[in-house]
Design a protein around this ligand. Structure first.
Ligand SMILES: [Zn+2]
Length: 235
């Protein structure tokens, strides 16, 4: 009778050990950490894309105003040109003044054209970068969703298995005497696994030799016997 009870107690210990291990597996599931860091990466990419989008918009604005300025300069130059060749200019002084003004305007136009070119180049590079970053973000989001589903599936499996083990444990609890359970719980406060075997004269919990007397008592199954060294319940 006691032998049978001890066997059940040992089974209980095994179920509790498995349940604890699974709880640990849940806590340290690698998927959680991977998902977290992937989510951070996506958030960063989103910020970077929106910054780039803003930068592109402001570059486009700048480009439009540069473009407008070029046209204005161009028309001013043409107006001057007309004036110079219209025959209206009567003196050399007036002519050279107009020509000087024209030179200044041409220089300004050149500079403005150069600025426009640079802006266009910058814009092109940014748009290409934004495109590839967006592409990468789509890939990351896809990866995140797949990983999330896989992790959820794995966690569900562990939870289902845990539930099965806990149900089995609860069933077993009703089969073991409360006296024995009390003793088990008391030892469990000190030792994670309170039940041990006597194997080749040694306690399987602490690997210390048990005395001949203790070994004999264990075999007799007349009362609960504790290991003299570690205090575990022997069976
Ligand atoms: Zn021991």
């Amino acid at each position: 009778m006691l032998g049978e009870q001890l066997q059940k107690l040992y089974n209980l210990q095994e179920l509790e050990r498995q349940s604890e291990q699974m709880e640990d597996n849940l806590k340290r599931h690698p998927g959680k950490k991977e998902l977290w860091s992937l989510r951070k990466k996506i958030e960063q990419a989103e910020i970077s894309c929106s910054d780039m989008g803003e930068k592109i918009a402001s570059l486009k604005k700048e480009l439009a105003s540069t473009n407008l300025k070029s046209r204005e300069l161009d028309s001013e130059i043409k107006t001057l040109e007309k004036k110079i060749y219209s025959g209206e200019v009567k003196t050399m002084k007036e002519l050279s003044k107009l020509q000087g003004k024209q030179e200044t305007l041409k220089k300004a136009l050149d500079e403005n054209d150069e600025k426009e070119l640079k802006l266009m180049e910058e814009l092109e590079i940014l748009e290409k970068t934004l495109f590839s970053e967006k592409q990468e973000m789509i890939n990351m989001k896809r990866e995140y969703n797949q990983k999330r589903l896989k992790t959820l599936e794995e966690i569900d499996k562990i939870k289902i298995e845990m539930e099965r083990i806990n149900t089995e444990r609860d069933k077993l609890l009703t089969d073991i005497s409360s006296e024995l359970l009390d003793k088990y719980e008391k030892v469990k406060k000190q030792k994670k696994q309170p039940v041990a075997f006597v194997q080749s004269g040694k306690c399987s919990g602490c690997r210390m030799e048990v005395s001949v007397m203790v070994a004999r008592e264990v075999n007799r199954h007349e009362g609960i016997v504790y290991c003299e060294s570690c205090g575990r319940i022997l069976m």
